[in-house]
Design a protein around this ligand. Structure first.
Ligand code: PHE
Ligand code: ZN
Ligand code: ZN
Ligand code: ZN
Length: 319
């Protein structure tokens, strides 16, 4: 077990798999599976003693279906049907982010961590991203609502990430300039257990701010790499690449870094030599598919990431 004493995340993964099973096989934003996911995390966080609320955001615009409003010509029929279904799922709907905070620590110095709580409509979303959610729930439970650290901790569970980071973008846009300044760091967790994946720490490196995030992102990334080393693995610090909920934070100038085991990209030879696994095969063979179930989880990666994030958050909340 890690220094913070995390180790019940498996139960949270099982609970979110059950939620998908009982709600048509997915937990996409705007669906009953997402609402049940919200209910589950709110219950766990309240039981852990955290201050919890839900914050609504607009998921989709007005309903329309005249198919002249967007260009379907570059997609095949299947893609077009998926796109239309996603549009209908969001149309005219609000959904919620779950925001939880400790009751101690200076609320003007907030260490924020987040994971998206929604899945795609095509599957249950267990590696993507029940793993990030379960890690945060485990850490919240281990710390309790009143940890003995000088800064406040805030955990966010985003909706609508799979629809284009809608929940996290709305959250950042909703912060006043003064509130933005209180957020000292944002740590993102997205896909922590990819079966053919690796140990990626995103942020703090690259030629420009789009790749690296704001300057102080490098310090957060360095802490994550150090704590992954403590957890027994050698991580790779990479640029922000592809969309996840770190994007709106980086764009707002809030220092941010993320952890990930990899999505639909193929594993390089160098990474296979370093971590094992199959070079040339994708990091997660069930990425955005119905087979992203409890069976699609590498527990070794999941534990190492959970321990490293727990220790990093405590260091950020202390320093
Ligand atoms: N955000 C992508 C998804 O949810 C995958 C991803 C994870 C991209 C981590 C970048 C970083 O499908
Ligand atoms: Zn259409
Ligand atoms: Zn995804
Ligand atoms: Zn994801």
């Amino acid at each position: 077990a890690g220094a913070v004493g995390v180790r019940s995340a498996g139960a949270h993964l099982e609970a979110l798999q059950r939620v998908a099973d009982q709600n048509g096989g997915n937990r996409a934003a705007g669906t009953p599976g997402y609402a049940a996911s919200v209910e589950y995390v709110v219950g766990v966080l309240r039981a852990a003693g955290w201050d919890v609320r839900t914050e609504p955001f607009q998921l989709g615009g007005a309903s329309h279906h005249d198919d002249t409003d967007h260009d379907d010509t570059d997609r095949d029929d299947t893609d077009r049907d998926d796109t239309d279904r996603d549009e209908e799922r969001r149309a005219g709907r609000t959904d919620v982010n779950v925001i939880a905070q400790t009751r101690t620590g200076d609320p003007n110095r907030v260490v924020l961590a987040g994971a998206h709580l929604d899945s795609v409509a095509e599957g249950p979303g267990i590696n993507d991203n029940a793993t990030g959610v379960a890690a945060l729930l485990d850490i919240a439970t281990a710390l309790g609502g009143a940890p003995d650290v000088p800064n406040a901790l805030r955990f966010a569970f985003w909706g609508g990430e799979e629809d284009g980071m809608i929940g996290s973008s709305a959250y950042v846009e909703g912060l006043s300039r003064a509130e933005r300044k209180t957020v000292r760091a944002y740590v993102n967790l997205d896909m922590l257990a990819s079966t053919n994946g690796g140990y990626f720490v995103q942020g703090g490196v690259g030629d420009d701010e789009e790749e690296s995030g704001p300057a102080a992102s490098a310090e957060i990334a360095k802490l994550l790499v150090e704590q992954l080393r403590v957890a027994g693995v050698e991580a790779e610090n990479v640029e922000f690449d592809g969309g996840s909920d770190f994007v709106p934070f980086a764009e707002a100038g809030i220092p941010t870094a993320g952890v990930a085991a990899g999505d639909g990209q193929r594993k390089s030879r160098a990474d296979a030599a370093r971590w094992g696994g199959e070079a040339g095969e994708v990091h997660d063979p069930c990425y955005h598919r119905a087979c992203d179930t409890l069976a699609n989880v590498d527990p070794t990666k999941f534990e190492a990431f959970t321990d490293a994030v727990a220790a990093t958050l405590v260091r950020l909340a202390t320093g």
